[in-house]
Design a protein around this ligand. Structure first.
Ligand code: GLT
Ligand code: MN
Ligand code: MN
Length: 386
């Protein structure tokens, strides 16, 4: 039980299990794995696919010939392991050229270079079979607002995404873009910091239908927001193109913990949501092992992400079968239909009928809701005593 299968659509980035444990205060603690070794590790642990930045696979210094050979060899590893590459993205944050951002950098040559690098990385992703292209603007922001005009930055950002959607269409690529918000780190403030902000921005693009979001649990929790609500809004808008699963204690450094490691209750409601609405995209774990982990522990980390997801999926199934929980839910959601005459689509008649209706406000205010009982049942379910 709780063994991952391909239909679970579990993916990891090359950069996740490949993370060497460098942090702002310390040097790497683990050796570098080759992309082939990472794919083999993930395949052995039961993942379905692997995602990558251009430079996770092809060094930024590689010649075209080197690039082609690396890609050829990598494709063979995918064939040998049966792994797929459903998502690809661009590294627009590691190289010193991107210290002031990429699409929003003040230097026009950096903005142009960022576009060129992204087009090439899109070609690479498509060649490997990716259908989702992620944009995480880690450096698209400021450390001081004296540096950039925020409206001008949005214009530059929009122009870049528009350019790239047109490029994808021109090439005949079957690609959807997924924009990934984050509030801060590595910049003091990153533009388009939340899922809500991203969703509004998408509507201003040339091809909004091609562009959705890639919400990350840790990123919304860094802002103190409710991830489930962000994901639900993206789903409602038809924009949940991808999702990054991990964990994070609000108000701490960027932790990228194993899925469910910090707040299993929030993880439960998220899994319950994804499974109940019928989300069919990747379940991508964008996390890394603790810096204390050795390679065996890194494997345990990868297994843990997938196992926790599957355990929570089973808990979600139990939730729907639990008679006590279901009876409390039907009590809460009871509706005798008498209010239907006033609700739903507006009509002038409905509006006048509603204005004339009598409500017993005091009685309405006296009715409690059994959310303490219900929530405790969920806790007991999660703690394994139901
Ligand atoms: C980076 C970042 C993630 C993004 C990845 C895609 S890379 O590790 O922290 O949130 O999803 O660029
Ligand atoms: Mn993150
Ligand atoms: Mn992410």
């Amino acid at each position: 039980m709780f063994e991952p299968r391909p239909e679970d659509r579990f993916t990891f980035g090359l950069w996740t299990v490949g993370n060497v444990g460098r942090d702002p205060f310390g040097e790497p603690v683990r050796g570098t794995l080759t992309p082939a070794q990472i794919v083999q590790l993930l395949a052995a642990e039961g993942a379905w696919g692997v995602n990558l930045h251009d430079n996770d696979l092809v060094p930024i210094t590689a010649t075209l010939a080197e690039r082609d050979q690396i890609v050829r060899e990598f494709k063979q590893v995918l064939v040998d392991t049966g792994m797929v590459v459903p998502m690809a993205t661009t590294n627009l944050f590691s190289d010193p050229a991107f210290r002031d951002g990429a699409f929003t950098a003040n230097d026009p040559a950096i903005r142009a270079y960022a576009l060129q690098k992204t087009m090439r990385a899109m070609d690479l992703g498509v060649e490997l079979g990716a259908q989702v292209y992620v944009f995480w603007g880690g450096r698209e922001g400021v450390d001081t607002d004296v540096a950039k005009n925020p409206v001008e930055s949005l214009k530059r950002y929009r122009e870049a995404i528009n350019f790239l959607t047109h490029y994808a269409t021109d090439q005949g690529y079957n690609l959807r873009f997924a924009l990934e918000p984050k509030p801060n780190e590595p910049r003091g403030d990153i533009y388009l910091s939340t899922v809500g902000a991203m969703l509004a921005f998408i509507q201003t693009l040339d091809k909004p239908e091609m562009v959705g979001v890639n919400p990350e649990m840790a990123h919304e929790h860094m802002s103190g927001l409710n991830f489930l609500h962000a994901v639900a809004q993206a789903w409602d808008a038809g924009k949940l193109f991808h999702i990054d699963l991990n964990d994070q204690a609000g108000g701490r450094y960027d932790q990228d913990f194993r899925f469910g490691a910090h707040n299993p209750k929030a993880a439960f409601f998220l899994v319950q949501f994804l499974e109940s609405v019928g989300y069919t995209g990747s379940r991508h774990f964008d996390a890394h092992a603790y810096r204390t982990a050795d390679m065996e522990d890194v494997r345990a980390f990868a297994r843990g992400c997938m196992r926790t997801y599957l355990i929570l999926k089973e808990k979600a199934r139990q939730f729907t079968q639990d008679a006590e929980i279901q009876s409390l839910l039907s009590e809460i959601h009871a509706d005798d239909g008498t209010m239907a005459q006033f609700q739903g689509t507006y009509s002038p008649d409905k509006a006048s009928a509603l204005k004339a209706a009598q409500f017993d406000r005091v009685a309405l205010g006296q009715r409690g809701q059994p959310y303490e009982r219900l929530d405790q049942l969920v806790i007991e379910l999660l703690l394994g005593v139901r």
